[in-house]
Design a protein around this ligand. Structure first.
Ligand code: NAP
Length: 248
């Protein structure tokens, strides 16, 4: 198992679901973790408590990561408090699904801003800190729908495809500074985001997964931990799909 002792990691949207599992995976393996959240303060505090109980450290930090000023404040606070940012996981995300005729421009903007703009803002702020140290790992949580598309998710899949473009361009831009940038594309994972699907949709989704089950948040967290580890030091600009074989 990777050892993240001495590393400082920021996980956006680390209060629930996949982000929570990533924060725990990094924190329990030695990283100091900043668990960013937007609304779920108690949940974020509970993640930090769990990391501390396992011998790690860090803090919860409220910031709407689609907002440039709040992102600036997040990174200023972290660099002041801990002096460095080694790992950034751009995980915060929302859905506002509907067929295109029913979607409003606001539904498009909200999803693009929360999923894609946030990743760009945080990557920019993290790059500054990482370039100074000539070390960094940026991992973007995209989605299989950013690769394959999905009816009813034109806004969401556009944001996730955008994250893949961001991953590859930034990987090329900052590779010479020893910073890797990769993406993880989860398939159908058991979290609050997918809990409201109808039984019928859930059944059909699972039928389309060769491994025959919905993924768990920890399945994604393990892939992120790998890309953040020294074992992945020669991997950059890649999209690692974690979907039980759903899209291949
Ligand atoms: P989730 O359970 O709904 O959790 C979303 C997280 O994002 C929460 O911690 C939430 O924090 C945070 N968040 C939302 N808006 C934010 C903002 N403006 N600023 C900061 N944090 C914000 O979702 P999930 O299923 O874990 O998904 C996590 C990521 O994986 C997303 O990017 C999603 O698109 C992607 N993904 C999920 C699946 C899946 O099947 N679940 C599949 C592919 C990709 P608060 O509660 O504090 O607001």
């Amino acid at each position: 198992m990777a050892d993240f002792t001495g590393k400082v990691a920021i996980v956006t949207g680390g209060s629930r679901g996949i982000g929570k599992a990533i924060a725990l995976e990094l924190g329990k393996n030695g990283a100091t973790v900043i668990v960013n959240y937007n609304q779920s303060a108690d949940a974020a505090d509970a993640v930090i408590d769990e990391i501390k109980a396992a011998g790690g450290g860090g803090m919860a930090f409220q910031a709407d990561v689609s907002d440039a000023e709040q992102v600036d404040n997040l990174f200023k606070t972290v660099t002041k408090e801990y002096g460095q940012v080694d790992i950034l996981v751009n995980n915060a995300g929302i859905t506002r699904d509907n067929v295109i005729m029913m979607l409003k421009p606001d539904d498009f903007d909200a999803v693009i801003n929360t999923n894609l703009r946030s990743a760009w803002l945080c990557s920019k702020a993290a790059s500054r800190a990482m370039m100074k140290k000539r070390y960094g790992r940026i991992i973007n949580i995209t989605s299989v729908v950013g690769i394959a598309g999905n009816g009813g998710q034109t806004n969401y899949s556009a944001s996730k495809a955008g994250m893949i473009g961001l991953t590859k361009s930034l990987a090329k831009e900052i590779a010479s500074r020893n910073i890797t940038v990769n993406a993880v594309a989860p398939g159908f994972i058991e979290t609050d985001m997918t809990s409201e699907l109808s039984e019928d949709l859930m059944k059909r989704a699972i039928e389309a997964i060769p491994l025959g089950r919905q993924g768990k948040a920890v399945d994604v967290a393990k892939a992120v931990a790998f890309l953040a580890s020294d074992d992945a030091e020669y991997i950059t600009g890649q999209v690692l799909v974690v979907d039980g074989g759903m899209v291949m």
